[in-house]
Design a protein around this ligand. Structure first.
Ligand code: FES
Ligand code: FE2
Length: 427
């Protein structure tokens, strides 16, 4: 449970807000590289942290992300002509480069130097691992580029998708670190989804619906261990990584790829759910890629605007017969939409003053606590928050069977570090 002021503090991320400042400390995924597929391609509208922006790729391949609206009289630059190294507003021809600098005001004499004085607010946009990343904070304190393992392995080993989610970022992220719901919500999919089935760990998941949670602070956020009974008195541990503010990585299953999410606020009532799947030591197969494109595993089938085809306007294509027959626990198809449907059903910003939390919510409780602490330290003292340091990003989730007397933090110490060419710990 949170007080109303705390809930407001963590869920409001627009300009001038405290949690907005937190997000502006990090490189965040802004677009898939496929959205700007070629030089001088059409510009794309992007809304992030309640700011309306335009992204484009110029004649020489440079990426730009800047204020959506022309500095002259506010026309949306989505209508602009993308030509000769800049976006030209179609109303009166003002032209801007990727840094937001105005290059030409055709109605004014060139000698006046008027164009030089006009700039649009802009942010860097950099491609890494098929994702375009932006940093929306103070340029003077820009951190090094991100080094998450899913964007540093060879392209053949990784796949990333995104979908529009109609809820605040925090309740989406809280779903990503809540591994107790797997034994319920996703139970129908563990043995049938092509990206999950066949792993021995699935049986531990299905046989023990009362996981015991142990949550330990990590340099960048939390290690969230969920313990279930295995054979001979041993424990099956699923260790989720959470790195601030909103990177989550779910424990793997068998030799399947490893996956996780980023939850990035569009505004206070919607967010982008980014989903990645990669394997640290092998290429993804054609069958895996096609399953991911087809909305299997944690991915979702979306329209051209990245909105899921199953959405709240069609009641997520709820199948009551499948629910009744037990083929699906919730009646919604696909792991990603099972999560999204329930998180959206809470309303755009869930009222956390009314919750009744239990011991399996410990990861969520500690994550909120760390977020509140980091926001306060940042706002009061300018302390760089956890997760900005690229070393904090080199983490892995893990699934591992350990003797009963061994704490997971020790038994899985090596498994929780991302090391190139080292296979993930998975059951
Ligand atoms: S509004 Fe853009 S040039 Fe006039
Ligand atoms: Fe889930």
């Amino acid at each position: 449970m949170l007080k109303k002021e705390q809930n407001d503090l963590l869920t409001q991320t627009g300009p001038g807000t405290a949690a907005g400042r937190l997000f502006r400390s990090y490189w965040m995924p802004a677009l898939l590289a496929e959205e700007l597929p070629g030089n001088d391609c059409p510009p794309v509208r992007v809304k992030l942290l309640s700011e309306r922006l335009i992204a484009f790729r110029d004649t020489t391949g440079r990426y730009g992300l800047m204020d959506e609206f022309c500095a002259h009289r506010g026309v949306s630059l989505w209508f602009a002509r993308n030509e000769e190294c800049g976006l030209r507003c179609p109303y009166h021809g003002w032209k801007y480069d990727v840094t937001g600098q105005c290059l030409e005001v055709p109605s004014e004499p060139e000698a006046s130097g008027f164009a030089k004085k006009i700039t649009l607010k802009s942010y860097p946009l950099v491609e890494r691992g098929g994702v375009l990343w932006t940093y929306m904070g103070d340029p003077a304190t820009a951190p090094p580029l991100p080094e998450w393992e899913f964007i540093t392995v060879p392209p053949a080993q990784t796949y990333t998708s995104k979908r529009f989610q109609e809820s605040n970022w925090l309740q989406a992220m809280e779903g990503g670190i809540d591994s107790s719901h797997v034994s319920f919500l996703h139970r129908g999919d563990l043995n049938s989804d092509p990206l999950f089935k066949g792993a021995k760990g699935n049986q531990y998941n299905l046989n023990d619906a009362r996981p015991v949670f142990e949550v330990v602070e990590s340099p960048g956020g939390l290690y969230i261990g969920a313990r279930r009974n295995a054979e001979d008195g041993k424990y099956y541990w699923r260790i989720t990584q959470w790195v601030m503010p909103s990177f989550t990585m779910i424990a793997p299953r068998g030799n399947h790829s490893v996956h996780g999410h980023f939850w990035i606020p569009i505004d206070d009532e919607t967010c982008w759910a980014w989903s990645f799947d990669y394997h640290p030591v092998r290429e993804l197969t054609a069958a895996e890629r096609s399953a991911m494109r087809d909305g299997k595993g944690i991915h979702v089938r979306v329209d051209t605007a990245y909105r899921p085809l199953a959405n709240k306007d069609n009641d997520y294509l709820m199948d009551r017969a499948a629910q009744k027959a037990g083929r699906s626990f919730s009646g919604i198809e696909g792991i990603g939409m099972q999560d999204a449907s329930l998180q959206e059903s809470m309303g755009p910003i869930v009222d956390r003053t009314k919750e009744n939390l239990v011991s399996t919510d410990n990861g969520i409780i500690m994550a909120r606590h760390r977020l509140l602490k980091a926001v306060k330290a940042l706002v009061d003292k300018g302390v760089t928050p956890p997760g900005v340091d690229v070393e904090h990003q080199k983490v892995r989730s893990a699934a591992i069977v350990l003797p009963p007397d061994q704490p997971f933090k020790e038994g899985a110490r090596e498994a929780m570090i991302a090391r190139p060419s080292v296979a993930p710990a998975s059951v």
